[in-house]
Design a protein around this ligand. Sequence first.
Ligand code: HEM
Length: 361
Amino acid sequence: MTKREQATAKGRRVHRRIMLWSMLVIALGAMIAPLGGYLFVEIAGAQGFEEVNPRSETTWRDVREGNTGVTTVLGDETGVLIQNGGENWRQLRNGIVANVMPWVLLAALVAIVLVYFIGGRHRLDEKPSGAVVPRWKLWERVLHWTTATLFILLAITGLSLLFGRAVMIPVMGPEGFAAYAGGAMNVHNYVGPVFTLCVAAMALAWVWHNIPTRADLEWFKAGGGFLKGRHPSAGRMNGGEKVWFWFIVLVGGVVCATGVVMDFPIWGQTRETMQQANLVHAVASILWIGLFFGHAYIGTLGTEGAIDGMKTGYVSVEWAKQHHDLWYEEVKDQEVDASEIGLTSGVATTRTPPEKPASTG
Ligand code: HEM
């Protein structure tokens, strides 16, 4: 072997040795280095540091605790990735609210059925003669029926969103419900503000009829005429109608206000505000729907002739005298014959045929 060949062979051996040692160091290092963590924990423990996972402390735990991080997105709370109150809200909404409120609606329906069977319908004592008095102007009727239509739309879509998961998914399947719920949510979100304006207009327009008076007290003492044969005196609106009106202003006002808070998150509402608004909105609106059942029953089946006013604008003088005697005294000079103003439908127009003149023959 020449000197040159000897040097080359030695170089190769050195290379191989370096490679072997390197691989050994890497393998041992890869096994030993992670164990250094235990050393760190031991030292930290000996120095009295809390034993915590350093990564969970700095990242995930901060996120879970709802702490504010750093973000370039501008806006309130944008630095808070997870807001823990959401879990409490979910449990309250899907727990107490979703489980208790259906019973409120059922109780309202049962109460109406009992009133119907025990108290019976409030029929007119006297047959309508055909004479009528004006009660609601056209714009008032348009406002009332627009509000009522929007209310029913909101009630159906709102109840679907609250109870759909439990009631509709088993029937429609998840895909069908998801498609319906998307539409229902949009209808609810867009109709809500228009309805709010209608409720505000109604409240302003009719507040003057609904100021409580002494006659209302007497009306309540007489049970609102629930007991047959008693017709407590009432002005333009009776005590029960005033309760409905002020319920709309107060509880309905809360429903509308919380709806607006959720619909327009542009005034710096935090997620917590939205969660609280959502719970109050759900509870108050179901109370409203319960009372609405009562209002719709009294206005249709429950009281003969009441719907005429909201349908035609006029009520029969017999109805006016029986249900709102004090108000009738104020409007009796506006009495007209239904046929004169072209009324063709409703109780008010079922004129008693005039008596035939006795035959002279
Ligand atoms: C389909 C459902 C409804 C029916 C059948 C109905 C029926 C009636 C009737 C017949 C009247 C006239 C009563 C009278 O002349 O003394 C009336 C008045 C009224 N309705 Fe309705 N209504 C319905 C829905 C609603 C809704 C959803 C609201 C509000 C959200 C509402 C709010 C009112 C108010 C505020 C009054 C006047 C009572 C007062 O000023 O005290 N109604 N309704």
